[in-house]
Design a protein around this ligand. Structure first.
Ligand code: TMP
Ligand code: ASP
Length: 237
């Protein structure tokens, strides 16, 4: 039995609640969809359910592949039980193909293959628009130790190895993605979520966008895009 206790935190797309177990919490995936650091928020029907199930599927794949994650089990359409991590306030981004902010920052054309893939840290702070940082900032501000920084990088690349292949086998290009980590019993563990809200996925043939860029760029069919990805990787929604 897991009972939902008091709300611990509400983010832009998810809320988290206590359970009777101090080391576990419930993550509720809402239908809220935000872009541009929360400047634009809309409700998209089915998004909470789709992302909850998508995240569960990916987290289980990653766990099987040797990436420790916070995921425990699905509780309902929009809720999952997860380990309660001490979150590190940093976003780790790997890019296999140029899109989004790297194009704006470095004047690169969208679609350029990045080989080897790039790795970037961003500070999780909407008010500051998630500025890019490097390991020296993380050390200087005491956000994580050198060993934790190395582990986050190692696990982020391991995720690339596991998921790039899984998506390609389904005819999809994993363009880029963002991960967040936390500490659990002295270990660095993958937290937050992996869903089309926090990654870019393109059809391998046509390069059609099937991720949150459909929302950011007003392309329409946002959840239909997410559902197409889910179907192609063999998920049942
Ligand atoms: P970017 O191109 O905006 O830097 O984002 C790179 C990838 O990381 C993209 O798939 C979106 C994801 N991301 C988030 O989901 N949230 C964030 O706050 C940031 C900075 C990136
Ligand atoms: N997740 C961030 C936001 O909602 C950035 C983005 O996805 O554009 O504002």
């Amino acid at each position: 039995m897991t009972t939902k206790g008091k709300q611990l935190y509400a983010g832009k797309a998810k809320s988290v609640y206590e359970t009777e177990h101090p080391g576990q919490m419930i993550m509720l995936f809402r239908n809220d969809t935000s872009a541009f650091d929360g400047e634009r928020v809309e409700q998209l029907a089915r998004k909470g359910m789709v992302n909850n199930k998508f995240n569960a599927f990916i987290m289980q794949k990653l766990e099987q592949g040797g990436v420790p994650t916070h995921f425990i089990r699905l509780l309902s359409d929009q809720e999952s039980l997860v380990k309660r991590l001490d979150m590190i306030p940093i976003e780790c981004v790997v890019r296999n193909i140029a899109a989004g902010s790297i194009c704006r920052r470095l004047g690169i054309t969208e679609g350029l293959a990045l080989n080897p893939p790039t790795f970037e840290f961003f500070m999780k702070n909407d008010a500051l628009h998630d500025p890019m940082i490097n390991d020296s900032h993380i050390r200087a501000f005491g956000w994580a130790s050198e060993a934790e920084v190395a582990r986050m990088r190692e696990l982020t690349f391991k995720v690339n190895m596991l998921l790039k292949k899984m998506f390609l086998d389904a005819g999809l290009l994993l363009v880029d993605y963002k991960l967040e980590f936390g500490r659990y019993q002295g270990q660095v563990v993958l937290g937050d979520e992996f869903s089309p809200d926090g990654c870019r996925l393109w059809d391998a043939q046509t390069r059609k966008k099937l991720d949150k860029d459909r929302f950011r760029q007003n392309l329409g069919g946002v959840i239909e895009g997410y559902e197409e990805v889910a179907r192609r990787i063999g998920m049942e929604i």
